[in-house]
Write a protein that binds this ligand. Structure first.
Ligand SMILES: [Zn+2]
Length: 87
């Protein structure tokens, strides 16, 4: 039996973009770098591990992205067929 997975077909090009106050839509993820010793490392080599912080900075102005979600009422998609009585 196959393991059931979410397999939503999402066209990433169609998703509305988060826009920074400066107008940029490109953000860079922030990481902390954790030092790992050779004894701790599965590969037996000391180094740094990137630890995701869940923070995204605008690549243009450096301002952190506001990741609060839009209110539900602002989130309603206005579908074209809902306007058919408008004419
Ligand atoms: Zn910006």
């Amino acid at each position: 039996m196959e393991k059931q997975q979410f397999n939503l077909k999402i066209d990433l090009k169609e998703l509305p973009r988060k826009t920074c106050d400066c107008g940029s839509t490109t953000f860079a993820p922030c990481v902390e770098l954790g030092y790992i010793t050779a004894l701790q490392s599965p590969q037996g080599k000391a180094g740094f591990l990137a630890i995701q912080q869940g923070i995204y900075l605008c690549v243009t102005c450096g301002k952190p992205a506001d990741l609060s979600l839009p209110q539900e009422k602002d989130n309603v998609i206005d579908l074209p067929f809902s306007k058919r009585n408008g004419g």
